[in-house]
Design a protein around this ligand. Sequence first.
Ligand SMILES: *[C@@H]1O[C@H](CO)[C@@H](O)[C@H](O)[C@H]1NC(C)=O
Ligand SMILES: *[C@@H]1O[C@H](CO)[C@@H](O)[C@H](O)[C@H]1NC(C)=O
Ligand SMILES: *[C@@H]1O[C@H](CO)[C@@H](O)[C@H](O)[C@H]1NC(C)=O
Ligand SMILES: *[C@@H]1O[C@H](CO)[C@@H](O)[C@H](O)[C@H]1NC(C)=O
Ligand SMILES: *[C@@H]1O[C@H](CO)[C@@H](O)[C@H](O)[C@H]1NC(C)=O
Length: 323
Amino acid sequence: MGFAPMSVIELVLVLSLSFFHGGEGVLSTLDGPFKPVTVPLDNSSRGKAVDLSDTDPVVQRVVEGFEPEQISLSLSATYDSVWISWITGEFHIGYNITSLDPKTVASVVQYGMYGLPITDEATEDQYKWLERDLASVDREVTPWLVAAWHPPWYSTYMAHYREAECMRVEMEDILYKYGVDIVFNGHVHAYERSNRVYNYTLDPCGPIHIVVGDGGNREKMAIAHADEAGNCPEPSTTPDEYMGGFCAFNFTSGPAEGKFCWDRQPDYSAYRESSFGHGILEVQNETHALWTWHRNKDMYNLAGDEIYIVRQPDRCPVESGGT
Ligand SMILES: *[C@@H]1O[C@H](CO)[C@@H](O)[C@H](O)[C@H]1NC(C)=O
Ligand SMILES: *[C@@H]1O[C@H](CO)[C@@H](O)[C@H](O)[C@H]1NC(C)=O
Ligand SMILES: *[C@@H]1O[C@H](CO)[C@@H](O)[C@H](O)[C@H]1NC(C)=O
Ligand SMILES: *[C@@H]1O[C@H](CO)[C@@H](O)[C@H](O)[C@H]1NC(C)=O
Ligand SMILES: *[C@@H]1O[C@H](CO)[C@@H](O)[C@H](O)[C@H]1NC(C)=O
């Protein structure tokens, strides 16, 4: 499981399609912070599914050099330029699509050079690029700021638990300062949504972190939680070599004070479930976005998790350069 570089996406989406009846009765982040919920693994839902072996041709990838495999990469010319910032104005989705007039559709893509590890000078470049980029967003025009990168900061699964602490320690402050609304991550093969959090503290102006690494993976699903008995890794075993070495520290306050793991689902984790699925973010206006997560095993109109993510620009003023 490789390290995928960070990308930052600024999105203004106006979606008129509604696939599910979100809305009525759906809680919002204003109702939070929520008590942590864990939905236990439903092992029966596997049915007769079998894992393909590594040698199965379906599993074996035939990639010749650099291939655009995901949005951040496909927008880059080469694989050493993959920090992506993307402002989306308008787009079409559906069956009978006509071309948009390029003169009226603003889609601004910016990218910077990427370097490893993220704690040395290369990082400094990345940090500066990110700060410049975040500062350039006029939130009157582009209210929603969504950041996406591969390894999560706020995951409570045992797999990859707190591996990216160096990155979090270095970069969390600017995401907070510029009012990033939502962070999407993968890496952990399960689903988890956080409460609003900053520096491990519940904070009404911190981003919501959503781990949607549950697209399906032959490396199997993540099931064990770091807060379950016997599952807390020894801190020095956790850093990922690509992610800057060792930065993990024990918690300094709260029920987990002095320890590396909680002994129950942490308060920053609102909902977690080990089931493969996918999510839809429907940005409705400048303050409300409906996030729904759907288990693959369910019918499409059934959401396993849904929440209105509500921005509060008055309560949480953000630095904005504007243009
Ligand atoms: C799920 O079920 C399979 C067999 O059906 C079993 O081998 C596996 O250990 C179970 N996994 C868990 C986490 O219970
Ligand atoms: C697709 O759009 C064209 C042109 O607007 C229209 O003539 C056609 O009927 C549409 N087809 C469908 C299936 O909606
Ligand atoms: C984050 O919390 C730690 C203690 O848990 C503290 O040492 C550090 O200064 C805090 N960082 C920020 C940016 O507030
Ligand atoms: C951090 O917590 C772990 C247990 O979670 C413990 O083994 C370790 O000694 C602690 N480290 C420090 C510096 O307190
Ligand atoms: C934004 O959308 C939400 C949810 O649909 C709605 O309740 C709210 O009134 C809307 N706000 C504005 C300013 O349109």
